[in-house]
Design a protein around this ligand. Structure first.
Ligand SMILES: O=C(O)CCC(=O)C(=O)O
Ligand SMILES: [Fe+2]
Length: 310
C-alpha cells in the first residue's frame, strides 16, 4: 500500500525545487504529508503535553468552569461527547481545550476572536500552550509558502491572509474506552480550516481515507508533525489540494484501556479572506466548482453548526 511520505522541511532552504515538487505531489495524492526537521523543539512539545495532561486530569467540575456554552467551544474547555462528526449519529469520545490568537483588543477582528481563557489550576498552561501555538503558526506559514509556489503563486501569497488568522490550538484527550460502545474517538470528517498541523500522532489511531477508498493508518516517527489540507484551502484551490477525510479509531484489545492525547493546530485564514477559487487553480480540465462567494468567517459559522458546536 502507498504511504503518506515524511519530508524534511529544511530542504525548502537547501533543495527548494525538489522539495516543493515532492510536497505538492504528496498533497495532491493524499491531502496529507508528515513534516520533519521543523525546529519545534522536543522540549516544547513535552512541556506542552505535560500541562495539557495536567489539565485533563482535573475533576470534571473544575474543568467545567472553563466551558462557555453557546460559543462553539471557541475558547476554553469542551467536555466529553459533545462534538459530533457531520454525518455521524454518535458523538466523539473526546474532550478538548481551545487556545486562540492573542489579539490587540482594538483589532478589527476583536468581535470574532474572543480573549483566551487560562486554567489557574495549571500555572504553566499559558506559557507552554501559547508557545506551541506560535511555533505551529510559524511552521504553518512555511508550509504555505511551499504550497503557494507549487501552484504558481508568489511565495508570500498567504502571508497577509493568515497574519491575523482565527487559528486554534486544540489539545485533545481521548480517555480509555469503556465497554462496547458504538462511538469512535473521532468520527470520519474533514477539517474546516486552511491547513492542520498535528503534533503527537505517534500513538496509533489516526487513519486517512485514500483515493483508492481504503483507510490508511498514519503514525509518525520521532517528532514529525502531520500536516493536512482543510476545506477552506480545498475551496480556495478548487480542489487541487484535497481536504481528505480522516478519523481516529478505537484501538483493539488492551490498548483500548489506554488514553490517547493529540494536539492539532487548525490554521485559519484571517476572518475577512474570501474563499473563491484562485484563477491559477481553474482550467478547462478543472472548471470552477463554486459560484457563490463566502468569507472564511461565514464559512466557519456554517460548519460549526453542522458539527453541533454552535
Ligand atoms: O487526534 C488526532 O490524531 C486527529 C484529530 C483530528 O482529526 C481533529 O481534531 O480534527
Ligand atoms: Fe481532523
Amino acid at each position: 500500500m502507498k504511504n503518506v511520505p515524511t519530508l524534511d522541511i529544511r530542504r525548502f532552504d537547501t533543495d527548494r525545487d525538489a522539495f516543493v515538487a515532492e510536497l505538492g505531489a504528496a498533497y495532491r495524492e493524499f491531502g496529507f504529508c508528515c513534516i520533519s526537521g521543523h525546529g519545534v523543539t522536543h522540549e516544547l512539545i513535552e512541556n506542552a503535553y505535560g500541562v495539557f495532561q495536567r489539565f485533563f486530569a482535573l475533576p470534571e467540575d473544575v474543568k467545567m468552569k472553563y466551558h462557555v456554552p453557546g460559543t462553539g467551544g471557541a475558547r476554553g474547555y469542551t467536555p466529553f461527547k459533545v462534538e459530533t462528526a457531520k454525518d455521524s449519529q454518535f458523538p466523539d469520545l473526546k474532550e478538548f481545550w481551545h487556545i486562540g490568537r492573542e489579539i490587540d483588543p482594538g483589532s478589527k477582528f476583536a468581535d470574532t476572536m474572543a480573549p483566551n481563557l487560562w486554567p489557574s489550576e495549571v500555572p504553566d498552561f499559558k506559557q507552554y500552550g501559547y508557545a506551541l501555538y506560535e511555533a505551529l503558526d510559524q511552521l504553518g506559514a512555511r508550509v504555505l509558502r511551499a504550497l503557494a509556489l507549487h501552484i504558481d503563486l508568489p511565495e508570500n501569497y498567504f502571508e497577509d491572509k493568515i497574519d491575523q488568522g482565527n487559528s486554534i490550538l486544540r489539545p485533545i484527550h481521548y480517555p480509555p474506552i469503556e465497554g462496547d460502545v458504538p462511538n469512535v474517538r473521532a468520527g470520519a470528517h474533514e477539517d474546516i480550516n486552511f491547513i492542520t498541523l498535528l503534533v503527537g500522532a505517534s500513538a496509533a489511531g489516526l487513519e486517512v481515507f485514500t483515493r483508492e477508498g481504503e483507510w490508511l493508518p498514519i503514525t509518525t516517527t520521532g517528532d514529525a508533525i502531520v500536516v493536512n489540507i482543510g476545506d477552506m484551502l480545498q475551496r480556495l484551490t478548487n480542489h487541487v489540494y484535497p481536504s481528505t477525510t480522516h478519523r481516529v479509531v478505537n484501538p483493539p484489545g488492551a490498548d483500548a484501556s489506554k488514553p490517547r492525547y493529540s494536539v492539532p493546530f487548525f490554521l485559519h485564514p484571517n476572518p475577512d479572506v474570501v474563499l473563491d477559487p484562485l484563477p491559477q487553480c481553474v482550467s478547462e480540465d478543472n472548471p470552477s466548482r463554486y459560484d457563490t462567494s463566502i468569507t472564511s468567517h461565514e464559512y466557519l459559522q456554517q460548519r460549526l453548526r453542522e458539527i453541533r458546536l454552535i
